[in-house]
Design a protein around this ligand. Structure first.
Ligand code: SF4
Length: 412
C-alpha cells in the first residue's frame, strides 16, 4: 500500500473549541453536570451552540470568572468551592460533576485537577468530580469529547479476566441500542463509554477489547492502552462497508465463526446497501471538498466515494492520527489530496479553484462560501447526528443531498 502524501498546514484553527462537545456529552450522561470555568464569552458560546433547547433542569453552566479573578485578586479555588457547594446542594440528582477548563482558566493557570481532587474529598461518594480542558487554545470540538473520555479512564474499575468488548465514543442512544442488539446476537459481551449514567461506568483491563466509535479519540486510545486493553483497528462504522468492517473486527477478536457473522449482519447489510443505492444517483459523480474540522473527514470521504460515488477533491482534517486512521486512508481514491492542520487562506484558495459541488466546513466559512455560490454542509452537524450503523446509512447520504438540493432550488 502506498502511504498517501499529506499536506501539512500550520496556521490558526478556525474550529469551535472543545466546550462545544458538552452539547452532545450532557445529553448522553444523564446524571452528569458540566461546569465550565470560563468567561462570559464561553457562556455565550454554549448558549448559542445549544441553540434554543429548553431544559427543565439544565445540565451545564458556566462559573464566570470576573476581571478580578483574572487579575489574580480573588482566590479562584475558594470561589469555585462556593459555586460547586451551592450547585450540589440545589441539585442532588447530580452524580458526576465535570469541571471544564477554558481559555481564561488556562491563561491564569487555574489547576482544575487539584480542584477536582479537593472537591472529591468533600463530596465523595455521592458525587464524583472529574475535569478536562475544553479550551480553544488547545482543543477543537471533537477533542473536547476525547479529553472528557480520557479523563474518565483512570477512574474505571479494574476488569476481571473474562474478555469483554468496550465501545468508546459517544453515539446517539438509538444507534447504541442497535449495536448492543447486534453484539448480543453475536454473543459478544459489550459495554459503552461513556455510559448513560456515571454510576454504571464500565470496567477495563488487559482482557478488554476496544472498538473506537469515533476516529478522534487519540488521547482516549492512549490512556485505554495504558490500562492494558487492546484497541481493535478498523474502519469506523459509517455506511455498510464501515459498519461491517467495524463489527467484524470485534467478531474476529471474540472468535465468532464467519458463517454466524454473515447470518446475523446480512439483513442490516442489505438494508444499508439498498438505502444508499436508492439515493446514489443524487450524489454520484459530484465533487466534495472537506475543510479540517471534526476529524471525521477521512471516514466520511471513504464512505461517500466508495458507497455513494462522490469524488473527494481535498480531505482536510485538523489532526491525523495515523494509527487510528490507517484503514480509512488506505481506501481513499488515489487522486484525493489529504491535508492536516489548517491554513485557512490557502485552503480557501484551493477550494475556490476547485469549485466543488459540495464543501464541508465550519459555520464560519459556510456563509462566505455560500455567498460565492458554493453549496456547503456544516461539519459539526455530522457529530450531532445519528450517522453510524446500518440503519443510518440512508440518513447519512441524505445529510449530503440536502445542501445540494437547496443550492439547486436557489438557482431555480
Ligand atoms: Fe472562547 Fe476559549 Fe471560551 Fe472556547 S474556551 S468559548 S475559545 S474563550
Amino acid at each position: 500500500m502506498n502511504a498517501p502524501v499529506i499536506l501539512r498546514e500550520r496556521g490558526q484553527h478556525e474550529v469551535f473549541c472543545g466546550l462545544t462537545s458538552i452539547v452532545w456529552l450532557h445529553r448522553k450522561m444523564q446524571d452528569a453536570f458540566f461546569l465550565i470555568v470560563g468567561s462570559r464569552t464561553c457562556a455565550h458560546l454554549m448558549q448559542s451552540a445549544a441553540g434554543v433547547m429548553i431544559f427543565a433542569e439544565p445540565r451545564f453552566a458556566t462559573a464566570i470568572m470576573e476581571e478580578r479573578d483574572l487579575a489574580g485578586m480573588a482566590d479562584m479555588h475558594e470561589e469555585l468551592d462556593r459555586v460547586v457547594t451551592r450547585l450540589l446542594e440545589r441539585r442532588p440528582d447530580i452524580r458526576m460533576l465535570v469541571l471544564v477548563g477554558s481559555c481564561p482558566s488556562e491563561v491564569i493557570k487555574l489547576d482544575l485537577g487539584r480542584a477536582a481532587e479537593r472537591l472529591n474529598g468533600s463530596f465523595a461518594p455521592n458525587v464524583r468530580v472529574v475535569n478536562y480542558s475544553g479550551s480553544g487554545i488547545e482543543t477543537t470540538f471533537t477533542q473536547g469529547e476525547d479529553n472528557f473520555l480520557a479523563a474518565l479512564v483512570p477512574d474505571l474499575a479494574e476488569a476481571g479476566p473474562e474478555p469483554r468488548l468496550l465501545v468508546a465514543g459517544t453515539m446517539a442512544d438509538i444507534v447504541e441500542d442497535q449495536f448492543a442488539r447486534i453484539f448480543a446476537a453475536l454473543g459478544i459481551p459489550v459495554d459503552f463509554l461513556p455510559s448513560r449514567l456515571s454510576t454504571t461506568l464500565p470496567a477495563i483491563g488487559p482482557a478488554t477489547r476496544v472498538l473506537l466509535a469515533q476516529p478522534f479519540l487519540g488521547e482516549t486510545a492512549r490512556v485505554i492502552a495504558r490500562r492494558g486493553a487492546t484497541i481493535l483497528p478498523s474502519l469506523y462504522p459509517l455506511g455498510e462497508e464501515g459498519t461491517t468492517a467495524w463489527l467484524k473486527a470485534a467478531a474476529d477478536a471474540f472468535g465468532v465463526p464467519a458463517g454466524r457473522f454473515d447470518a446475523i449482519t446480512e439483513a442490516g447489510r442489505r438494508r444499508a446497501t439498498e438505502a444508499v443505492a436508492a439515493r446514489r444517483d443524487r450524489l454520484a459523480g459530484r465533487s466534495i471538498f472537506f475543510f479540517p474540522d471534526s476529524q471525521l473527514e477521512p471516514s466520511l470521504a471513504r464512505f461517500l466515494s466508495r458507497e455513494a460515488g462522490m469524488v473527494p477533491i481535498e480531505v482536510g482534517t485538523p489532526y491525523l492520527n495515523r494509527a487510528l486512521s490507517e484503514a480509512e486512508l488506505a481506501l481513499l481514491p488515489p487522486s484525493v489530496s489529504l491535508s492536516e492542520g489548517q491554513h485557512v487562506d490557502s485552503q480557501l484558495d484551493r477550494c475556490r479553484a476547485a469549485r466543488p459541488d459540495l464543501t464541508v466546513c465550519g459555520m464560519g466559512l459556510a456563509n462566505p462560501l455560500e455567498a460565492e455560490g458554493l453549496a456547503t454542509k456544516w461539519s459539526i452537524e455530522l457529530v450531532f447526528s445519528p450517522i453510524q450503523g446500518y440503519e443510518q446509512a440512508g440518513d447519512l447520504v441524505d445529510l449530503f443531498i440536502r445542501p445540494l438540493d437547496r443550492a439547486k432550488r436557489l438557482e431555480v
